[in-house]
Design a protein around this ligand. Structure first.
Ligand SMILES: [Mg+2]
Length: 253
């Protein structure tokens, strides 16, 4: 029985394009001005110092640091001070109403449905917990954070390593087989399955590579305990039989 669902964000609850075409360009455009304006604020100053350390340039002035950070954005470097500063720029952007977090309507609807059914909902994303809260708190569909019981980012571990999923199920006090992990990335689903979790791949774009995990193009196709969100019952034993008879399809539970 599924008691908890852990979901990825990018390509799963929301579009990959939002992250790459809205969030990251916004941070790139506004980071310099943000730092020039707020560099004396304690939390900003702390991340500026951390940037000097990580870049091994203890004497770097503000303009040099801005250039370093913009370079890190360019190369998609997962530097902790960069992530923290991007989070602050995004927070300012969300609060100013410059953009809202993209969430597919079917995802929001299913999260509501699952929460009402007593399933605990968590997020696991490479974006920081702060960025996750902002996205769901200022989504296209309003504040969705009341639906979510907790957030995990890569401080828990890399998304393609089974140990990360073991840590998550321990943190949420669930048995691995009672937790369903949703993602668009096969390597993440493989890692979750290796840790004993149930899995389902979201295939939001036609032509995406699929593996041997169950697939859904939308959240209302995700089967939880043989029951889709739309109430259509799926008989898992029937699926297994079909798989056996066809000599092995991609359908697997
Ligand atoms: Mg993803």
């Amino acid at each position: 029985m599924i008691r908890a669902i852990v979901t990825d964000i990018e390509g799963t609850t929301g579009s990959i394009a939002f992250v790459h075409e809205v969030l990251f360009p916004y941070a790139r455009r506004h980071l310099g001005a943000f730092l020039r304006r707020h560099h004396q604020q304690a939390e900003v100053a702390r991340q500026i110092e951390a940037t000097r350390e990580e870049a091994a340039e203890p004497e770097a002035d503000l303009e040099r640091l801005i250039a370093i950070l913009e370079g890190w954005i360019q190369e998609d470097r997962k530097a902790t001070p960069l992530k923290a500063l991007q989070g602050m720029v995004w927070e300012a952007g969300y609060q100013a109403g410059d953009f809202t977090g993209h969430v597919y309507p079917d995802a929001a609807e299913a999260l509501r449905h699952w929460q009402a059914a007593g399933i605990a909902l968590y997020v696991y994303s490479s974006g920081s917990v702060q960025a996750q809260r902002l996205l769901f708190g200022h989504s296209d569909l309003g504040d969705l954070t009341p639906l979510l019981a907790g957030y995990f980012d890569t401080t828990t571990g890399p998304k393609r390593e089974a140990d990360s999923y073991t840590r998550i199920v321990e943190a949420i006090s669930q048995a691995p087989e009672e937790v369903l992990f949703l993602s668009d990335v096969i390597a993440e689903l493989d890692a979750a399955r290796a840790a004993g979790l149930a899995t389902c791949q979201l295939v939001r774009e036609p032509g995406m590579v699929t593996g041997d995990h169950p697939v859904a193009t939308r959240f209302d196709e995700v089967s939880v305990d043989g029951m889709g969100v739309d109430g259509v019952s799926v008989d898992p034993s029937g699926l297994d039989e079909a798989r056996f008879e066809s000599g092995g399809s991609d359908v697997r539970r």
